[in-house]
Design a protein around this ligand. Structure first.
Ligand SMILES: O=C(O)C(=O)C[C@]1(C(=O)O)C=C[C@@H](O)C=C1
Length: 297
């Protein structure tokens, strides 16, 4: 079974369908923490959750839920184009309220201002939860994934709605810790470091990556929710922990920041970015090894 951030008809369901094997049952959960909790408890083999949108940035619910509770690791990612449909009940009633996930609302702000300027905008837990609520008569319109109309008998008021063309959302497939996916040469590694209160610690972390020519693809901070001013840094970098260069860098991050959690090494959905080989790291490690064995200098 594969848990996903639902209900049926979310963008996340689409991403989950891409990950699932033909026989695998998909199980919707109304929140990201609930989908991850089912996987932590072993009720589902994996969970699919949104992690980052090209317009609105990180999905805080996912970042927090991956850090709090038993460890989970990402084994795959997917990137989907995001364009919305605006769904209403059949019958042409006036649209006084329009609902959706905050990330979706942020991606259609201009469209709403132009086409539904007087409608009150309401946040829901997901785009599909908004469609479900419109069906139940709670709101008049939902900004939803185009597939939502297959699950909820609503009418399409507008399609292809997006303030920013080519917007994309990245999704992760996470499991309980186990064997890692094999390196492909186009991988991403994710970690979260809860930094100690020490001068220059962030600069130290970044220097360790730069020294090893590791490309940083994302860095985000979130409060630990403990003391004011205490932060965690979510770091995505190019490469796989199985590569000596990357393994070496993660060990260095852990030295600076003992509270570092590994969040996975997995193939990138859209290969790109500079490719840096590990050859010189392997050669250097072999050289040191031969010195230790008394064979070289
Ligand atoms: O509500 C959904 O349909 C989701 O899958 C969540 C989500 C998100 O978290 O960003 C996914 C893609 C869109 O950017 C809008 C909402």
């Amino acid at each position: 079974m594969l848990a996903y951030f639902g209900p049926q008809g979310t963008f996340t369901e689409q991403a989950a369908r891409g990950f699932a094997s033909p026989q695998q049952e998909l199980v919707p959960f109304d929140t990201v923490p609930a989908a991850l909790a089912a996987t932590r408890r072993g009720e589902t083999e994996a969970a699919c959750v949104p992690v980052e949108n090209s317009v609105e940035g990180a999905v805080p619910a996912t970042m927090d839920a991956l850090t709090e509770g038993a460890p989970l690791v990402a084994v795959a990612e997917a990137v989907l184009p995001v364009r919305f449909s605006v769904l209403v009940r059949p019958g042409g009633e006036p649209v006084r309220t329009v609902a959706s996930h905050p990330h979706a609302l942020a991606q259609v702000r201009h469209w709403l201002a132009e086409h539904l300027p007087t409608a009150e905008v309401v946040a829901t837990t997901s785009t599909a939860a908004a469609a479900r609520a419109v069906l139940n008569g709670e709101f008049d319109a939902a900004v939803s994934a185009p597939v939502a109309v297959r699950h909820y008998p609503l009418e399409v008021l507008a399609t292809d709605v997006a303030d920013v063309r080519d917007a994309k959302t990245r999704f992760l497939l996470v499991r309980r810790p186990g064997p890692l996916p094999e390196p492909t040469g186009h991988d991403r590694t994710s970690v979260v470091c809860t930094v100690p209160d020490r001068v220059g610690v962030l600069s130290d972390l970044l220097s360790e990556l730069a020294l090893r020519r590791i490309n940083l693809t994302r860095i985000e901070s979130r409060p630990t929710k403990g003391k004011l001013g205490e932060y965690r840094f979510y770091i995505d970098l190019d490469g796989h922990v199985a590569e000596p260069r990357v393994g070496d860098a993660l060990a260095a991050l852990h030295r600076h920041c003992p509270q570092t959690r590994f969040l996975g090494s997995y193939p990138k959905a859209e290969p790109g970015g500079p490719v840096v080989g590990s050859e010189e790291f392997v050669a250097a490690a072999e050289w040191v090894d031969s010195i230790r064995r008394g064979h070289g200098a």
